[in-house]
Design a protein around this ligand. Structure first.
Ligand code: SF4
Length: 210
């Protein structure tokens, strides 16, 4: 495995942010087991986690006029680096005026030991949460979260709560992985939570799995 300090990488019209390789899950389908990069980027395995100043300086090396949005994704769960993420998101909005999205496994409140949903207000415009399956037991099998059975209900609670702070909240599953009945169950879950439901490709615009 090669390591680099690839903090930002392009995916189509978006600039993606790679803050951490930590993750509360060990998903059976995680793309990190398939390679080191996304969309031709250098290795997304980090030598170490960056500071806010290092990420800020990395933005200065890109032509920010080229991008439609900034997306926190990368080779890990972005809310594992929540304090740096918030600083970077606020900086991006203030400096470049671009929309900011977070792609997450939805376990950020468990990871940080408090409800982080209200902290999204004003700095994050969109959140994409991996629902994966409507079935809690299957979710535990697939994600192998360090939080065990607590992860699935916490992920749903996060979706409900973050909807109060963020205008665009979408939960996703991957196409061909669920039956039509299961997808209909996912749609009902999302309807109950008041969030969008989207069935996406496995490798979708650089969202490795989220
Ligand atoms: S797929 Fe996402 S949530 Fe699952 S282990 Fe990989 S980085 Fe973590």
């Amino acid at each position: 495995m090669s390591k680099a300090m690839t903090l930002l990488y392009e995916v189509y019209n978006g600039l993606y942010v790679n803050l951490t390789n930590r993750c509360s899950c060990r998903c059976t389908f995680c793309l990190r087991g398939q390679g080191e990069s996304v969309c031709g980027s250098d290795s997304l395995w980090l030598e170490r986690e960056p500071t806010f100043e290092e990420v800020r300086d990395a933005f200065a090396r890109f032509d920010m006029e080229k991008y439609d949005e900034v997306v926190f994704c990368g080779f890990g769960e972005p809310t594992e680096a929540w304090e740096v993420l918030k600083e970077v998101a606020a900086y991006v909005k203030e400096t470049y005026g671009l929309p900011v999205r977070v792609n997450t496994n939805g376990q950020g409140s468990l990871i940080n030991g408090r409800d982080i949903a209200p902290e999204f207000a004003g700095i994050i415009d969109a959140v994409s949460i991996s629902l994966n399956t409507p079935n809690p037991e299957r979710y535990a099998e697939l994600t192998r979260s360090q939080f065990g059975d607590a992860a699935f209900p916490a992920m749903l609670d996060f979706a409900r709560e973050v909807k109060r702070s963020v205008p665009d909240v979408t939960m996703t599953t991957v196409e061909t992985t669920l039956t039509p009945e299961e997808e209909a169950a996912c749609q009902r879950i999302c309807d109950d939570l008041g969030v969008n439901y989207r069935i996406r490709l496995w490798v979708d615009q650089g969202k490795i799995t989220k």
